[in-house]
Write a protein that binds this ligand. Sequence first.
Ligand code: 6LW
Length: 524
Amino acid sequence: MTSSRRAALKTILAGAAIAPQLTHAAEPKWGRGIEGQRRADLGNGTYLNPILSGDHPDPTILKDGDDYYMTFSSFLSYPGVILWHSRDLVNWAPIGPALTKPIGSVWAMDLVKHNGRYFIYIPATPDGKGTIFVIWADNIRGPWSDPIDLHIEAIDPGHAVGEDGKRYLFVNGVRRIGLTDDGLATVGTLEKVYEPWRYPSDWVVEMFAPEGPKLLRRNGWYYLVLAVGGTSGPPTSHMVIAARSRSIHGPWENCPQNPLVRTRSADERWWSRGHATLVEGPAGDWWMVYHGYENGYRTLGRQTLLEPIEWTADGWFKPKGGDLSSPLPMPKKGTAVQPGFAKSDDFTKNKFGVQWCFFNPGQDEMKRVRFEQGAVSIAGKGTSPADCSPLACIVGDHVYEATVTLEIGGAGHGGLLLHYNEHMFVGVGFSATHMLTYQYAREQSWMREAVKASTVHIRVRNDRHIVTFFYALDDGKWIQHPWQMETSGMHHNVFGGFLSLQPAVYSAGEGAVHMRDFQYRALA
Ligand code: 6LW
């Protein structure tokens, strides 16, 4: 297509009128950032959770002088372990990925600084079997080392330095293992160090699952903050509990106020709140970051929440944010970085590992990618969206549209999806001769339609789980796809894996798909 034809089409497409939105009960008023994306900072001295909307679970946070860094479980998305930066705990900007080499599904990590060097302890599942890796860097912006397998069969590492100056990793259970001084190998074996506080056995939770141990040394105490109750299942599952000890070797004393955080009712805005880390704010006050599912939006994954805490005279702490459904005062003395980023992409800049991640890629997946002028070409792989490692991005809005222009080259096919995993996605694809419709992770061949177009434009609108696809062929005239879908059940409680529903582009079969003009806009 010539560039003048492309410009003309872009104008037609941008102005295209499409079906009106559904109406819904009133929701809280979030701030709106770039492309209308949800923004926590309300601009009036308060913020409204989540601080990072969309799939940002198991936050691990590091205060490094006036800077804060955070990363989140990235599961099977690569490049993975995306680091974010903030100077006020509320506004966060992405830095980029710390892990490019696939090592399986990445779960709750610990980001630490020790003797001037940065470390990320990463539980992952290479070959389906769990172990803990470490990567390190002298500059948090990289380069990061290759992952080193510590051969620890456990999840959820939490790093601590004992009063003896020795390094330890606490893991789920709660168990502990020693580390060498350089932090890159283990000393001894896993040993059980703490039997956590138990909630009454008739509470409605998923399972006991003591995990996510995070350690803090303050005023002569070691605090051990952890999650119990299970991250998913019923909305009242997850909780934050704490224990403390004068020594890294115990004995650990349970916090008399356990559980410190828990969703009490399914009427609350945030479900399954838990997995917390304590962090000092810019003004020397204290906060907790943790995650939760948003009521009615499990499809968005677990989102990052920030809650103020207060240290009490008895040396314990208590949360002060209630159920987090209302705006809270911003942390004092911080400065805001430009939060988030534009998800619209003209492919003049490489946004792999900030926005775009392959789902469950092979070791050489980036070899499929070729940047061209204002486009990216993705070589085909596999035979369908289920086995071709679609290119996906995390979103955090209740209503949004994503639009892309594709040129389908060769005998392959490509399209736009809402993708959870290989067992669940919906979408519309095109080959050189046909339009393909995917529902229930399968092509519905009875819907296959003959079309002939060198260029296709596809738009997906997700309006609070009501999903509508639109497409336009060479003349740029939008047509609403005849099948509207409902996707509220596409989440972890049904399909496992702790993932989220993400807009994704796929390229399958022989040939390549040229992708250009990706546009995102949040509508609510
Ligand atoms: C995470 C663990 C958990 O490592 O989910 O249910 C795992 N709890 O803490 C993946 O996010």
